[in-house]
Design a binder for this molecule. Structure first.
Ligand code: PLP
Length: 280
C-alpha cells in the first residue's frame, strides 16, 4: 500500500497531515529527492542522499539525521509499503513556526517520505520521443539545489503542455541551453554528446551522472560544456534525463524536427547501457 512517513508517524498518504505553519507550505522552504525503486531496491540511494545533503547545506538547513538514519527510514518505509516498483519521495522542510521570513537557527526540520506505485510509462515515450519547447530561463541562481520551490518549473510545464509539448527547455539570455523544467538535456552532434556543466545553473541529475558514465564506458565522445539554442535545434539527437523516465528522446523542439524526427541510435545505445549498468 502507498505510504507516508512524517516525522516518525506512518500511515496512508490521505491521512498524513502537516501544519499550516510548515515552512514548506508557507515559503516553499525545503528540499527534496525523488528516487526510483526497481524490484524493491532503491537505485542510487547513496547518490540521492548525497545530493540531499548538498541541497540542505546550500540552503542552510541543518539535517538532524545521519545519512544512515535517512537511508534506514527510506528503506523501512519502502519495505513496509510492499511496493517493489516504487517512486520514493523524500522532503525536508526547514520546520514549523508561525509565519515569519526569519526563522530560529535551531528549528527542527520536518521529514516526509512517501512511497507510491511507479506510474506505468507509455512505451511510446521511448519509441516515438517527445516534443519540447524552449523558454527563457526565469528561475533563480541556485538551480543546483533540489528545492521544493518549483513555481517557475510548474509554469514552464504548463506552457509546454499548452503548446502540445512534454518538456520546456530553459534558455539563458545569451542563448545557452541549461536544462529542462524537470530534466537535464543532452544533444548529440556528429557523434559527440554534449550537456551543460554541473554548476549553479542546473540540477546535477543522478541520471545525468550515470549517462556520462555509460557514455565513457561505451567510448562515446563527450563534451561537458555550454551549447546554445542553435546547437540544440541543429542537433542530430536530443534527449532528456530524469530519475523516473530515465532517458527520453526529444524529436521536436519549438515545432522544428530534430534530425529525421525519430529517436536516434546514440540515445537508444545510452539507454540500453544505462539499463545494463542499473541491473549490474
Ligand atoms: N533538472 C531538474 C530541474 C529536475 O527537476 C530534475 C528531476 O526532477 C532533473 C534535472 C533530473 O534529475 P535526476 O536525474 O536526479 O532525477
Amino acid at each position: 500500500m502507498e505510504l507516508a512517513y512524517l516525522n516518525g508517524w506512518l500511515g496512508s498518504l490521505e491521512d498524513a497531515v502537516v501544519s499550516v505553519n510548515d515552512r514548506g507550505y508557507n515559503f516553499g522552504d525545503g528540499i527534496y529527492e525523488v528516487i526510483r525503486a526497481y524490484d524493491g531496491v532503491m537505485f542510487a540511494l547513496e547518490e540521492h542522499l548525497e545530493r540531499l545533503a548538498l541541497s540542505a547545506a546550500a540552503v542552510e538547513i541543518n539535517l538532524p539525521w545521519k545519512r544512515n538514519e535517512l537511508k534506514e527510514i527510506a528503506e523501512d518505509v519502502r519495505s513496509r509499503s510492499g511496493i517493489d516498483e516504487a517512486t520514493v519521495y523524500i522532503q525536508v522542510t526547514r520546520g514549523t513556526a508561525p509565519r515569519n521570513h526569519l526563522s530560529d537557527e535551531d528549528m527542527r526540520p520536518n521529514l516526509l517520505v512517501t512511497v507510491r506505485h511507479n506510474t506505468e510509462i507509455d512505451p511510446a515515450l521511448y519509441s516515438e520521443g517527445i516534443k519540447a519547447i524552449t523558454i527563457p530561463e526565469f528561475r533563480w541562481q541556485m538551480c543546483h539545489v533540489k528545492s521544493i520551490s518549483l513555481q517557475a518549473s510548474v509554469l514552464a510545464k504548463r506552457r509546454a503542455n499548452r503548446a502540445g509539448a512534454v518538456e520546456a527547455i530553459f534558455i539563458l539570455p545569451d542563448g545557452t541551453v541549461t536544462e529542462g523544467a524537470s530534466s537535464n538535456v543532452f544533444i548529440v552532434k556528429d557523434g559527440v554528446l554534449m550537456t551543460h556543466p554541473a554548476d549553479n545553473r542546473i540540477l546535477p541529475g543522478v541520471l545525468r551522472h550515470f549517462v556520462l558514465k555509460v557514455a565513457e564506458a561505451l567510448g562515446t565522445a563527450v563534451k561537458v560544456q555550454p551549447y546554445n539554442i542553435l546547437d540544440l535545434k541543429k542537433a542530430d539527437e536530443v534527449f532528456i534525463t530524469g530519475t523516473v523516465t530515465e532517458i527520453v528522446p526529444v524529436v521536436n523542439v519549438d515545432g522544428k524536427k530534430i534530425g529525421n524526427g525519430k529517436p536516434g541510435p546514440v540515445t537508444a545505445r545510452l539507454h540500453k547501457g544505462y539499463t545494463a549498468l542499473r541491473l549490474r
